[in-house]
Design a protein around this ligand. Structure first.
Ligand SMILES: *Cc1c(COP(=O)(O)O)cnc(C)c1O
Length: 396
């Protein structure tokens, strides 16, 4: 039965992904079920999105209530969920202004426009530059691709937006070399996700922040994957005490409902996007914002962050043990429930074996196994994952 769906999909959908041959049907807790009824432990969360797992009753009920009230109204009017969500997001981040988007890439687009507009207002002219990082990932739209430091993703689509310079993550000298009098922003993921799970070093972020303050350059942090509690703080930069001027979020903030946001401080907002500069038909829609609002409530009510801290140290311990005993695993990297195991071989076949054995895992780069489970996993789930992975590694 699954094969019929897959054959149909391969005829109808644009072939932009090499998908694994599974059709998922439903989820319950931290388990997924495919169309054939097979059960899988989820350590992937739909790419770090499903922070509360599946069928989380209070969350689902809040969404159903909103469906019965109002799905969409546009930004020509106010709506209560957007106002609530913005207030809660501000409180969680200590940022001052929020713009809701429909995806992560759009949050990056907005962040880039906001930085350029800030510099335009300050200097009275355009033509500013942005420094981004090699091996970064910021999304697939033309603007987001322009700041993504992966030539493979970019090549066919050149020319992208200009005035972007690339530096190396965790190499402050390489950043300093790219600074000119035109630099208006430095953009990075606080913890690189797709690039292979590389956390920023504290000193690196501190040096960048100091440089930004000295030269009135804006620090833009992409917290799309590493934000929303994943690392054991609401936002990963809160580990470092280095607050961005502009921040991009998406993925887990809507718990599975497609929504993103970019936020900025008041100092930036005063000189940045104003009426007519930016917009979105769906952005800030009451349904999506109800999801954000309820997610933030549930995080607080259930101390999700505290839970992540506790489970993450257990996961780290288990992954370190695995790295020590396995010939294939070279090293562990990561923060909280965003972890990577660097392997000596491409991990595709390990992932396939895990899927066969009922564990959903994914890679981050060809040799890195990525662990981004729902934030509500327990120690027993970690043990279950490790025992499946151990089996899969034996035959790797
Ligand atoms: C996923 C991701 C994006 C892009 O988000 P989309 O919702 O896929 O557009 C941008 N930056 C980072 C760090 C991401 O992980």
């Amino acid at each position: 039965m699954m094969q019929e769906y897959i054959t149909q999909a391969e005829q109808d959908l644009l072939h932009t992904y090499n998908r694994y041959g599974i059709v998922f049907d439903r989820g319950e807790g931290v388990y997924l079920y495919d169309k054939a009824g097979k059960k899988y432990l989820d350590f992937f969360s739909g790419i770090a999105v499903n922070a509360l797992g599946y069928h989380y009753q209070d969350f689902d009920e809040a969404l159903k209530e909103q469906i019965d009230k109002l799905l969409h109204i546009s930004n020509y009017f106010y709506n209560e969920p957007a106002i609530q969500a913005a207030g809660k997001l501000k409180k969680a981040s200590s940022m001052d202004r929020v713009f809701f988007t429909n995806s992560g890439a759009e949050a990056i687009e907005g962040a880039v426009k906001a930085a350029r507009k800030y510099a335009y207002t300050r200097d009275g002219h355009a033509d500013h530059e942005i420094i981004a990082m090699n091996h970064s990932f910021h999304g697939r739209t033309m603007g987001a691709l322009s700041v993504t430091g992966n030539p493979h993703y970019r090549e066919a689509f050149e020319p992208l937006i200009g005035n972007i310079r690339f530096a190396d993550m965790n190499d402050f000298d390489s950043v300093k070399k790219q600074v000119t009098e035109k630099t208006c922003a430095i953009l990075l993921e606080t913890l690189q996700g797709e690039g292979g799970i590389y956390p920023a070093k504290k000193k690196f972020l501190e040096q960048i922040k100091a440089l930004c303050e000295e030269r009135d350059i804006l620090l833009i942090l992409d917290e799309i994957q590493c934000g929303m509690g994943r690392t054991g703080k609401m936002f990963a930069w809160q580990h470092y005490g280095v607050k961005p001027d502009i921040m991009a979020c998406a993925k887990a903030i809507g718990g599975g409902v497609p929504v993103g946001a970019f936020l900025m401080t008041e100092r930036v907002a005063e000189k940045s996007l104003t009426a007519g500069d930016h917009g979105s038909t769906y952005g800030g829609n009451p349904f999506a914002c109800q999801a954000v609002s309820k997610m933030l409530d549930l995080f607080e009510e259930n101390d999700i962050i505290g839970h992540v801290q506790e489970i993450a140290s257990y996961l780290e311990e288990k992954l370190d043990a695995l790295a020590a005993e396995s010939d294939v695993v070279l090293a562990r990297r990561g923060l909280g429930l965003m972890q990577g195991l660097e392997c000596s071989v491409p991990v595709g076949s390990i992932i396939s074996k895990c899927l066969e054995k009922g564990l959903v895992l994914i890679n981050a780069g060809s040799n890195i196994l990525r662990f981004v489970p729902p934030l509500v996993i327990t120690k027993a789930h970690v043990d279950e994952m490790v025992s499946i992975l151990q089996e899969a590694l034996k035959t790797a």
